[in-house]
Design a protein around this ligand. Structure first.
Ligand code: ITT
Length: 205
């Protein structure tokens, strides 16, 4: 079975890829499992650039077919922030909760209809030969007034879906994995179809 390196240090992403890719003829592996300890500086100005940087660096270091994901939350009332800065929004070493609390503090009194936002995810798959394929997915919602729910990770507790009447963190993980930005990016990359095997043909190792 072909090995696919899931190049992330985010345990929330790992869990979701394990579910999203379950049943595919791929053996998932992880940086720690491959003895890889590399630091990729996210110098890109877009999700796509940063996803490419991560995937290519890990594919080069490991010699394995590699998937990386760059993602974040775009809040319209904040001009699209935190965007590509989502992971370090409250500084290095801050917790998910500190980040979403800071986000709520930046929207004092902003009414419901102006709290629109979206999650964006770009997945990059790099072959050891240096080819990189990317695809994007987005998911629209509203920034809640207070956190709710225990599932998921990151900003999920403050990302509300009017049509479901709950936050992303209240949705069962199976539902998140059907409707999320990450699921859509995986779908758009045809990661879940046999076309993916064709797309990466030549990158098998
Ligand atoms: P890797 O680079 O190692 O993959 P990271 O957490 O630093 O891990 P990113 O640079 O892509 O990943 O930053 C993504 C941030 O956006 C992450 O810290 C979350 O806070 C947020 N985020 C991404 N996807 C999310 C999701 O599905 N639900 C909630 N928050 C999410």
């Amino acid at each position: 079975m072909m090995k696919l390196l899931i190049a992330t240090h985010n345990p929330g992403k790992v869990k979701e890829y394990q579910a999203l890719l379950a049943g595919l003829p791929l053996e998932l592996t992880y940086p720690a499992q491959e003895g890889l300890d590399i630091e990729v500086t996210e110098t890109g100005e877009s999700f796509a650039e940063n996803a490419r940087l991560k995937a290519a660096a890990y594919a080069r270091a490991s010699g394995l077919l590699t998937l990386a994901d760059d993602s974040g939350l775009e809040v319209d009332a904040l001009g699209g922030e935190p965007g590509i800065h989502s992971a370090r929004y409250a500084g290095n070493g801050a917790s998910d909760e500190e980040r979403y609390r800071l986000l709520l503090e930046k929207l004092p009194g902003v009414p419901w209809e102006e709290r629109t936002a979206r999650f964006r995810c770009v997945i990059a798959v790099a072959t050891p030969a240096g080819q990189v394929h990317t695809a994007e997915g987005t998911c629209e919602g509203i920034i809640a007034f207070a956190p709710q729910g225990e599932h998921g990770f990151g900003y999920d507790p403050v990302f509300y879906f009017p049509e479901h009447g709950m936050t992303m963190a209240e949705l069962p993980p199976e539902t998140k994995n059907r409707i999320s930005h990450r699921a859509k990016a995986a779908h758009n990359l045809q990661l879940l179809t046999s076309n993916f095997q064709l797309l990466i043909a030549g990158g098998d190792k």
